[in-house]
Design a binder for this molecule. Structure first.
Ligand code: NDP
Length: 333
């Protein structure tokens, strides 16, 4: 098997030279309950940057795969079937998934019935990022029809789904992304307004164009952007704290701080709730079914930025951290 490992500690934005491929001999004489799988699709996700800080040199990054079972001694995962898993940046894997009773759907599960949608969606809109958008918005932000929702990193895997679900729920949706092309795409998705956060004056944009104020904020970035958004929230506003992209490639020894208008929180009774998508593990497959149905009904559009080959994984990871992706960044084996 081949796996991508850390060649050296990463400082700031990763470089391709920070990673090296290691080979590993696998014992393919399987025991009861084991499967041998071959990756067909890999996911690279921004949160891996934080995990990389915790890894020793020589460690492998974790991450989702869609993989084909090529040998099996597990009745739930027969040879030839596909699994969605968290085996990481490697090609071949021997694993022992839990029995159906013990199994958490968010670790290894059989390929969900995507009714003809591409397999790779199981790592994006019909997988972890899709569920992050779906549960984070519906259960944490809980937007009501007619409310105004702001989404940061809106043209990414999670953000693009959040905004579109916001439209399905009848919200006025405002998205922010880092290039004019992404902004144009968000408008084609039905976002009511979209802006390039790198080129607009945020304070003026909110004051002039969001006069009704913000009721819900789905926060993927933290930082200065959050400060401006929160200052323009309405009484009773809700914030789903999903991620802090603005801090991921910063010095890991420092806490991720955001400027905070404390008095706004108090006077407006704003509620901010952090969440991890795994807390919705019991409803995992329900989320995926809902997302799949919306896609099939034409209510949700999906975009992927695909790179090809195991060798491209480090660059694909750098791309997702530096904004060179629209929709879900995915790697084809
Ligand atoms: P994306 O597909 O959105 O890719 C990351 C994007 O972030 C880039 O394309 C870039 O787009 C943007 N970005 C990078 N740096 C910055 C910055 N400094 N400020 C603002 N935007 C930046 O990634 P995902 O959809 O996979 O993840 C989105 C967020 O959701 C992340 O914070 C991630 O950690 C979080 N997440 C949280 C989960 C949870 O359980 N809480 C689960 C899954 C994801 P642009 O060109 O617009 O700058």
């Amino acid at each position: 098997a081949r796996k991508w490992t850390l060649k050296q500690k990463i400082e700031g934005m990763p470089a391709v030279e920070d990673f090296v491929i290691a080979t590993e001999m696998l014992n393919t004489t399987l025991e009861d309950g084991e499967i041998l799988t071959k990756a067909e699709w890999w996911s690279v996700d921004p949160h891996m940057r934080g995990i990389a800080n915790q890894l020793p040199v020589g460690g492998m990054l974790p991450g989702g795969q869609v993989a084909r079972v090529i040998k099996s001694r597990h009745p739930q995962f027969p040879e030839g079937s596909q699994v969605v898993n968290n085996f990481g940046w490697r090609d071949l894997t021997v694993s022992k998934p839990g029995t159906p009773d013990e199994q958490e759907p968010s670790t290894t599960y059989g390929m969900p019935d995507l009714r003809g949608l591409p397999d790779s969606y199981a790592l994006g809109a019909c997988g972890m990022p899709g569920n992050t958008a779906y549960f984070g918005l519906t259960k944490v932000c809980q937007p009501k029809e007619g409310e105004t929702l702001v989404v940061s990193a809106a043209a990414g895997a999670v953000g693009s789904i959040v905004g579109q679900i916001g439209k399905i729920l009848g919200c006025n949706v405002i998205g922010f992304a880092g290039t004019d092309d992404k902004v144009a795409w968000l408008k084609t998705l039905g976002f009511d307004q979209a802006y390039n956060y790198k080129s607009v004056d945020l304070a003026k944009t909110f004051q002039s164009n969001v006069k009704q104020g913000i009721d819900c904020y789905f926060d993927n970035v933290g930082g200065e952007f959050s400060y401006h958004t929160i200052r323009n929230m309405n009484r009773g506003g809700r914030i789903a704290a999903c991620g802090a992209l603005s801090c991921y490639s910063e010095d890991s020894s420092k806490p991720c701080l955001i400027p905070f208008d404390y008095m706004s929180f108090i006077y407006k009774g704003i509620k901010m709730e952090g969440f991890l998508v795994l807390q919705f593990a019991k409803e995992w497959l329900d989320g995926i079914s809902q997302l799949r149905d919306w896609i099939i009904e034409g209510k949700l559009q999906v975009r992927e930025t695909v790179s090809e080959g195991f060798e491209t994984m480090p660059q694909a990871f750098i791309d997702v951290l530096s904004g060179n992706n629209t929709g879900k960044k995915i790697i084809k084996a």
